[in-house]
Design a protein. Structure first.
Length: 415
């Protein structure tokens, strides 16, 4: 059967313009598919292939995947249970399912097929990758995020990573039912978003920060004008008035780059009700803090960090890289005034992702800002009464933060 398929593929390619249907018939995928099926059936008839209807259908599906799609990877892209596809070599393909990375029984036809798949992905986007520029970020038509890195940076050969996203984003209710966050967490965060509080979601890579951000965005009113800023579009907001903006890398001449900082400055001129940044990772942190402190409330973003306190430290460090000469104390004060709450996500060794901590910004009796656990398991504390808090003081001499329990036991978090 493999020999029959190889003959069929060669004959079909011979009947296609330039031998590649992906470069012909314009951009209409329906026309491409019809042309390919017609050519395949003509070849099967002319060559006298004796195939049962199921065998012929399987062969046609495989041919469509190879010529129009991503070859053997196309079935993995269609699998809704797979969230990540990792190609480390022709015979080393891994996928992530339910938070766990497992090997896959997919085999590619050498590095040449990996390069063909890479060209199929980045070619229509006008992107380029070679030894002189050996890595690139891209995305598939369905929004899946793609990263490519080539030799000499990769010692394994070409490495391709595809992060897939659910066609329909998770809702807050689904995250509660799956144990990602408790009902108390969900109620607190939903009210915070509706009341236009500024929220930062922290965590490591793959902990579900963007998933939670997508879910919480459903609490934003449909009448609001929302502008999203991302390096690679991942957010799937459901409101009708959403303007997604995406950064642009420099071209081959090193020109035309548009950074998150550029997008943020432009977004402030677009009359946003809310600005949502997929991830803060550089000097745009300072522009965000200034925007939040000048009336642009209700913003949300994510940041890579090991805890809410570390997230504040990272925001400070990134803001200082803006190069405007602000002292650290001034940046810390802007952070204290801008950030209302921080949510920290963690992923366990067995793959489960969950909210491990929610902290809110507060001030002690002497005016110093500090983080306290959010009152998520009961009614909000009256503003005229001191809330029972766990005071987190800044670390001294490199030691971990010191915690002093005052009042009631802090709010619990799911295990």
């Amino acid at each position: 059967m493999q020999d029959v398929y190889i003959r069929l593929k060669e004959k079909v390619r011979g009947r296609l313009p330039n031998g590649d249907l992906s470069l012909s018939y314009g951009s209409d995928p329906g026309e491409k598919r019809k042309s390919l099926l017609r050519a395949a059936r003509e070849v099967a008839w002319d060559e006298g292939f004796v195939l049962s209807p199921p065998e012929m259908q399987r062969m046609l599906d495989r041919l469509l995947d190879e010529i129009l799609g991503l070859g053997p990877l196309e079935s993995l892209v269609r699998d809704e249970e797979i969230t990540e596809i990792m190609v480390n070599g022709p015979g080393r393909v891994y996928v992530e399912k339910a938070g766990r990375i497992v090997p896959c029984d997919i085999f590619l036809d050498g590095d040449e097929e990996i390069y063909r798949i890479i060209d199929r992905i980045i070619g229509p986007l006008g992107l380029h990758v070679d030894e002189a520029s050996p890595y690139v970020d891209a995305r598939l038509p369905d929004g899946s995020r793609v990263n490519v890195i080539l030799p000499p940076l990769s010692l394994l050969g070409p490495v391709l990573t595809i992060r897939k996203f659910r066609r329909r984003p998770y809702s807050v209710e689904e995250l509660v039912s799956s144990g990602t966050l408790s009902a108390g967490h969900a109620a607190f965060l939903a009210r915070l978003v509706r009341d236009k509080g500024n929220l930062v979601i922290s965590g490591g890579a793959g902990t579900g920060k963007t998933t939670l951000l997508n879910a919480l965005s459903s609490c934003v009113g449909e009448e609001e004008r929302i502008i999203t800023l991302e390096d690679a579009a991942e957010l799937r907001l459901q409101q009708p008035h959403v303007i997604p903006l995406e950064t642009r890398p420099p071209n081959l001449e090193g020109r035309g780059e548009v950074t998150l900082r550029d997008l943020l400055r432009n977004a402030l001129r677009m009359r946003p009700d809310r600005i949502i940044i997929g991830e803060v990772r550089g000097p745009e942190a300072l522009d965000l803090l200034q925007a939040l402190n000048t009336g642009h409330r209700g913003s949300m973003t994510t940041v890579h960090a090991n805890s809410p306190f570390d997230a504040l430290s990272r925001l400070e460090t990134m803001a200082l890289t803006a190069g405007v000469g602000l002292p650290s104390q001034a940046v810390r004060e802007q952070i204290a005034q801008a950030v209302d709450a921080l949510v920290h996500m963690e992923r366990e060794a067995y793959g489960e992702r969950h909210v491990s901590e929610i902290a809110v910004m507060d001030r002690s009796h002497d005016g110093r800002p500090h983080l306290v656990p959010a009152p998520v398991d009961g009614p909000a504390f009256p503003p005229d009464q001191p809330s029972p808090i766990m005071l987190v003081t800044p670390p001294a001499n490199g030691n971990p933060p010191r915690k002093e329990v005052k009042g009631a036991v802090p709010a619990s978090t799911p295990g």
